[in-house]
Design a protein around this ligand. Structure first.
Ligand SMILES: Nc1nc2c(ncn2[C@@H]2O[C@H](COP(=O)(O)OP(=O)(O)OP(=O)(O)O)[C@@H](O)[C@H]2O)c(=O)[nH]1
Ligand SMILES: [Zn+2]
Length: 208
């Protein structure tokens, strides 16, 4: 039994077992069909267990589809801190929804707690990235989903999310340009309207 969805949220074995949540046999059949379509022999020794492996890998890679991201932010704290809180260089690994190929890089997440707003545990920001990244994604949506959920859950004065990723669908196939980085940002509230605060946050994010 595996509890991948639960592990994403709270590390407790309380979520849906992956065997119940994902139709693994259906993925296995589809992978077998792909191998046949490629002219491969899915019954040869090295490939015999590949459909089953891929099915479980997909269940893990897309486990975020079965997690309510709002659960991640249920533990919040009161705080008298009205300055920027920023976690930089959070590892991001996701799959683009166009080719189901990985994109990977880093996310920087910052927010200014609201007057009556809440703060959250720093690790929860990274967990939020995990939940949204483990879905078929485009980088723009991944970036704004994180910003929007933080805005809803914490009632902050402002939120900024910046993501820098390399897309394998641009490197391994198609245009085949490796090393290019796509940078996306989502800025909400006071950080959007106040140019000085936004510039300050950006310089902390990008200044290395
Ligand atoms: N905006 C955006 N585009 C993405 C993302 N990931 C992949 N893509 C792009 O999605 C596009 C899909 O374009 P299509 O023309 O439908 O597919 P394609 O023929 O495989 O495109 P090429 O990659 O140009 O060969 C490509 O330009 C990809 O580079 C993402 O996160 N955001
Ligand atoms: Zn792609």
């Amino acid at each position: 039994m595996d509890y991948l969805a639960a592990r994403l949220v709270d590390g407790k074995l309380s979520g849906t077992p992956v065997e119940d949540a994902v139709d693994l046999p259906r993925i296995e059949n589809a992978v077998r069909e792909i191998l046949l379509a490629l002219g491969e022999d899915p019954d040869r020794d090295g490939l015999k267990r590949t459909p089953a492996r891929v099915a479980r890998a997909y269940a893990e890679l897309f486990a975020g589809l079965r997690v309510d991201p709002a659960q991640v932010l249920t533990t919040t704290f009161e705080a008298n801190h009205d300055e920027l809180v920023l976690v930089r260089d959070i590892d991001v690994m996701s799959l683009c929804e166009h080719h189901l190929l990985p994109f990977r890089g880093v996310a920087h997440i910052g927010y200014i707690p609201g007057t009556h707003g809440r703060i959250t545990g720093l690790s929860k920001l990274a967990r939020l990235v995990e939940v949204f990244a483990r879905r078929p994604q485009v980088q723009e949506r991944l970036t704004s989903q994180i910003a929007d959920l933080l805005t809803e859950s914490l009632d902050p004065r402002g939120v900024i999310v910046v993501m820098e990723c390399e897309h394998m669908c641009m490197a391994m196939r198609g245009i085949q340009k490796s090393g290019s980085k796509t940078i996306t940002s989502a800025v909400r509230g006071g950080l959007q309207t106040d140019a000085k605060s936004r510039a300050e946050a950006m310089s902390l994010i990008l200044g290395r």
